[in-house]
Design a protein around this ligand. Structure first.
Ligand SMILES: *[C@@H]1O[C@H](CO)[C@@H](O)[C@H](O)[C@H]1NC(C)=O
Ligand SMILES: *[C@@H]1O[C@H](CO)[C@@H](O)[C@H](O)[C@H]1NC(C)=O
Length: 630
């Protein structure tokens, strides 16, 4: 109970966190006339406004991709420093030629540049991107430029990050119109006289046709948009107008408008749905396990006492077999080790997210924390793997430690590498740069692997867990088990419950991954993760009990498979999401989507499989230590 005062002290510290800014999150004060930098990020496909719209591509393009012909700074674009997670999640941030000074040039129409001679090829490329609903992503003082929209359900105003590259409503002979004018509204807050802070960035893009000579012209005529011709060179004039608007939003809450929860009822519905599943399961498991197991135990023990020559039945029959070494203990223990490492990573990341450390103003902080946690939990992986391996009766400890440290990272790395090749051939900027790949190799193989070896050393020092019953010399015959207990059937059946508890949150996670919607409902996500692990553990224990009752003693692999059963449903759901929310038009988008989906399912399989296996191991040991064996 010593930890309770510590926990209370920890919670009482929380409010003071508001007064304390994380690196990169301290407010930036401007004085009048100071330069306000506008940075440009990669162009991303976005969901067009209406609810039934579909995402048409998954590929990001660099802002300074030569085919866009956007205006460049005088000395050429300069790349801005970014965190590891931000790079992995596709941010490519550069400076820009926009000349914005705090509170100056209010409402002045200005020409940025005229791109002369945009060829027909380039025009076709731009038009195709407009048809795929690409959006521009600007950053000013860490805030993304957004379009103001109204939530049709709640009538709330909110800021939707990014704004359209062009307009594809098909009014002009089915040709898209390029937005070459930006109405920028910068909202500022004045904490003290003479200091100014940026608290909102809104952009209304517009298309201005007519002659594209350099004279600034900001008159928007809806009947005269800029339509690019795909068969002859033409100029494009880019214009912008900055308006400064005072706002009472203080700097600390400037993100609130961006982090709009579309329908909180859906999250609540999902949570209640999960809780119902958990309660249902707990009742079922307590009924089955507590009642029938304790009845079994007392009957087994009573028979022994009265020295009745009655035959044994049920799970007691296999007491000499349950701890027999399963097939491939090496692979199983490596999977459990890596699964434990992932569990630790997910748990700690969620705690960080709940404490509010992963605010969206630290771009990519979620992915960075995940990578760093995973690296430093290498020790956990090595420890679990070597102890499980020893408990399963494996002898080749060195090979186990080696495979735990290298097998899984290598597989993931190869997948990322192949996806990267696809991105490169598609000309996307989403491809991970070589330096970042090198950094990942250093993190995984230079830090995580040695830690894993240290963990394995401690694991083998602690050795195998003690088993309550001995293994018979000669294996028993296994009677045919019922169909629903066959491994794949059992995995599919048992996977429904954890999946059912999580699929609504899964929808939001997929939308934030692929449709670049911000995800920040971490409270819901953490509760859902808790529910999923509880559900997985109970369902697997239940199935393991059924399997042992059917005198099938090869439960180790089955427990892992049954625990990981939700991964098959995740894949099925991913395909459904593809059919209902995406209409990918290029092969590379399809390959990318399937690759990412496979990665997500693999991670889910390892995490939930490990939870299922460890829970069953615990339960089986408890079960067999409760009966007397002569
Ligand atoms: C800039 O102009 C807009 C309207 O044209 C006005 O509402 C706003 O107050 C002006 N801002 C400043 C700082 O003068
Ligand atoms: C800027 O301020 C003016 C006057 O307060 C207001 O009418 C206008 O709607 C504001 N613009 C934006 C985009 O908030």
């Amino acid at each position: 109970m010593r930890f309770i005062p510590v926990a209370i002290a920890g919670i009482s510290l929380l409010p003071s966190l508001n007064a304390f800014y994380l690196p990169g999150a301290a407010p930036r004060n401007y004085v009048k006339g100071e330069q306000v930098d506008l940075f440009v990020n990669a162009l991303t496909p976005m969901l067009a406004g209406n609810d039934d719209s579909k995402l048409k591509s998954l590929i990001n393009y660099d802002y300074y991709n030569p085919k866009f012909e956007f205006c460049e700074p005088k000395d050429g674009p300069a790349k801005q420093p970014e965190s590891l997670g931000s790079i992995l999640f596709g941010d490519r941030i550069f400076n820009s030629p926009y000349d914005i000074k705090m509170l100056e040039d209010n409402g002045t129409c200005r020409t940025l540049c005229v791109a002369t001679d945009v060829t027909g090829d380039e025009a076709k490329f731009i038009n195709d991107r407009i048809r795929e609903d690409y959006a521009l992503n600007w950053l000013i003082d860490g805030l993304p430029a957004a379009e103001m929209k109204i939530d049709t359900r709640t009538k709330d105003l909110f800021f939707d990050m990014g704004f359209n590259l062009g307009n594809n409503d098909g009014k002009f002979e089915n040709m898209p119109a390029l937005n070459n004018h930006y109405e920028v509204v910068l909202r500022y807050h004045k904490p003290t006289p003479d200091t100014y802070r940026v608290v909102g960035v809104l952009v209304w893009p517009a298309s201005i046709g007519g002659t594209q000579d350099p004279t600034p012209n900001c008159v928007i005529d809806p009947n005269l948009p800029l339509i690019l011709s795909e068969d002859r060179p033409q100029p494009i004039r880019y214009t912008y107008r900055v308006t400064w608007n005072e706002s009472d939003t203080p700097w600390a809450t400037r993100w609130d408008n961006y982090l709009h929860i579309f329908d909180p009822r859906i999250h609540w519905f999902s949570l209640i749905n999960s809780l119902v599943i958990v309660v249902f399961l707990c009742v079922m498991v307590s009924m089955i396990l507590i009642r029938s197991v304790s009845r079994d135990i007392s009957r087994y023990n009573a028979i022994d006492l009265s020295e009745d020559v009655q035959e044994d039945w049920g799970w007691k029959l296999v007491h000499g077999e349950v701890f027999r070494t399963p097939r491939n203990p090496m692979v199983l223990s490596v999977m459990v080790g890596n699964g434990a490492q992932l569990c630790a990573m997910v748990g700690v990341t969620l705690v960080f997210a709940l404490l509010g450390f992963l605010s969206p103003s630290n771009r990519g902080s979620l992915a960075t924390v995940m990578m760093v946690c995973w690296t430093f939990f290498g020790g956990v992986g090595g420890y679990f793997s070597s102890r499980v391996y020893a408990s399963l009766g494996g002898m080749n400890r060195r090979k186990n430690a080696f495979l735990t440290a290298t097998l899984f990272p290598t597989i993931i790395f190869v997948i990322i590498f192949l996806l990267n090749l696809f991105l490169l051939t598609a000309g996307s900027s989403g491809a991970v740069p070589f330096g970042t790949l090198l950094l990942i190799i250093v993190l995984w193989f230079g830090i995580s692997a040695p830690l894993s070896a240290i963990g394995a050393y401690f694991g083998s020092k602690h050795g195998a867990v003690a088993h309550p019953v001995r293994v018979n010399q000669i294996p028993r015959q296994i009677p045919p088990s019922p169909k629903y207990l066959r491994p794949w059937a059992a995995a599919l059946i048992s996977g429904i419950l954890p999946f059912g508890a999580a699929f609504v949150e899964l929808y939001f996670v997929l939308s934030s991954l692929f449709a670049s919607r911000a995800y920040y409902a971490f409270g819901f996500l953490a509760l859902t993760a808790g529910v999923v692990s509880l559900t997985t553990a109970t369902v697997t224990i239940l199935f393991t009990y059924f399997i042992l009752c059917a005198e099938e003693y090869r439960w180790h692999w089955r427990a892992f498979l049954i625990g990981g059963g939700s991964a098959f449903w995740v894949i099925a759901y991913g395909l459904f999401y593809w059919a209902s929310r995406l209409s990918l038009d290029s092969l590379s988008s399809v390959v990318l989507y399937l690759g990412y989906l496979f990665l997500i399912a693999l991670l889910d399989f390892l995490v939930t499989g490990t939870i299922g296996f460890l829970a069953s191991y615990w339960a089986v040991r408890r079960l067999y230590s409760a009966i007397r064996i002569d």
